[in-house]
Design a binder for this molecule. Structure first.
Ligand SMILES: [Zn+2]
Ligand SMILES: [Zn+2]
Length: 123
């Protein structure tokens, strides 16, 4: 079995066993407030996790990135947890990245991380 196949199977397994419970409703969150960017990305990730089409997109991202987190360059696994991170490029196109949940958190909370650097890598 190829790595990417087992990633997709793990997504399905994780959904079926209902371990996807990292979200609570934040009624005050709005998509226009930068402070809540992470919250909305979490919702995005969670929705993709639940839907078959979403899992296919996650798997496609995983394959595009070669199964590697663009931030720490280590393998992404369902068990470690992951998040979708959205970057608007210079051409105003949205690019989505699959990152470890921990790396994603770090990017949002560290002022030293240059987000466009991810885009520069051509992922
Ligand atoms: Zn990482
Ligand atoms: Zn993000």
């Amino acid at each position: 079995m190829k790595t990417s196949d087992s990633f997709e199977l793990n997504l399905i397994y994780a959904t079926d066993t209902k371990i996807v419970r990292w979200l609570k409703t934040k009624s005050e969150a709005t998509p226009f407030d930068a402070r809540y960017a992470e919250y909305f990305e979490d919702r995005d990730t969670e929705r993709m996790f639940r839907e078959i089409g979403g899992r296919k997109k996650l798997n496609a991202l995983y394959k595009t990135q070669g199964g590697i987190c663009p931030y720490c360059k280590e393998a992404i696994t369902v068990e470690k947890g992951f998040r979708i991170h959205t970057v608007i490029g210079g051409d105003f196109k949205e690019r989505k990245f699959l990152l470890h949940a921990a790396c994603h958190r770090f990017i949002h909370y560290s002022k030293n991380v240059d987000e466009p650097a991810l885009v520069m890598q051509g992922l």
